[in-house]
Write a protein that binds this ligand. Structure first.
Ligand code: HEM
Length: 248
């Protein structure tokens, strides 16, 4: 049961910030969706002829929105039994990975199919993106083996929990940085940020996409960091949480 002060802190602090974060996240998704549609980018969303346009959209849905909500799920769903939240957390992360892999396939296809084929992983954005996805996969596998498939001892799981939390936040921040680098790179390729202001609306959409993305990421990290918003321990099935900082 949540204490009265805890409940007040959730109602007045967590809930409004969560709603605001969702709003920013959805605005970011709408802007990135519009930026690469037929009206603003050649080809629009056509998997056969212009796969690139799926890359930013899929990456933003997967590694910003789904991932952000997955790592907040323990705080958002405080009244839901812990095991169910674990499943929600794991499933949202699988969904993030599926979107990210579609986004990765899109950009790899673009490079392979361009004439002549262009080299892979030539930019900082590309390297950061690849490292982010690799770390994400490892984090998911370790998390699954430790917390959903509990064959490991309680001591090992307790020992691993702080690392899982640290890496979860680190990988989310890396995804955020990669997205911001990606939109900057795409804008720079099209010279949207220099010279004449002929493409004012596209430039502004790119800038606001970046601001909404950063705002969503900042609030998610704030909600994760604040102790008041941690899930209260559940003595019946929460043997892992013997101190507040170890909660997941
Ligand atoms: C977390 C999200 C993202 C990840 C993990 C990611 C990952 C990658 C990777 C791995 C590549 C290189 C593929 C290759 O060389 O074969 C790439 C390329 C590219 N991405 Fe992203 N990306 C993300 C978000 C975005 C966004 C939001 C944009 C915005 C338009 C974007 C724009 C680009 C562009 C223009 C390229 C081609 C140039 C290059 O190779 O750097 N990316 N991305």
């Amino acid at each position: 049961m949540l204490s009265v002060t805890r409940r007040a802190s959730f109602l007045l602090g967590y809930n409004p910030l969560w709603v605001f974060a969702q709003l920013l996240g959805l605005l970011a998704l709408i802007l990135i969706g519009i930026l690469f549609d037929k009206k603003h980018t050649a080809g629009g969303y056509n998997w056969k002829t212009s796969p690139f346009n799926y890359h930013p959209l899929m990456m933003t849905i997967g590694l910003l929105f789904c991932y952000g909500n997955a790592i907040l799920s323990y705080r958002t769903l405080t009244r839901v039994p812990k095991f169910t939240v674990k499943l929600v957390h794991a499933c949202l992360l699988v969904l993030s990975l599926i979107f990210a892999l579609v986004g990765l396939t899109a950009i790899i296809r673009v490079k392979n199919e361009s004439k002549p084929p262009s080299s892979h992983f030539m930019s900082l954005h590309a390297w950061m993106g690849l490292i982010t996805i690799i770390l994400f996969v490892f984090q998911w596998i370790f998390g699954f083996c430790c917390f959903l498939f509990p064959t490991l001892s309680l001591e090992i799981r307790q020992l691993y929990m702080p690392s899982h939390r640290l890496w979860g936040k680190t990988i989310f921040s890396m995804a955020l940085i990669t997205i911001l680098m990606g939109i900057t790179e795409a804008g720079a390729f099209e010279a949207f940020f220099v010279g004449q202001d002929a493409n004012r609306s596209v430039r502004l959409m790119m800038i606001f996409f970046g601001l909404f993305t950063a705002g969503f990421g900042f609030i998610v990290n704030y909600l994760l960091e604040k102790n008041d918003f941690q899930r209260p321990s559940d003595p019946d099935n929460d043997s892992l949480n013997n101190n507040n900082n170890n909660k997941k």
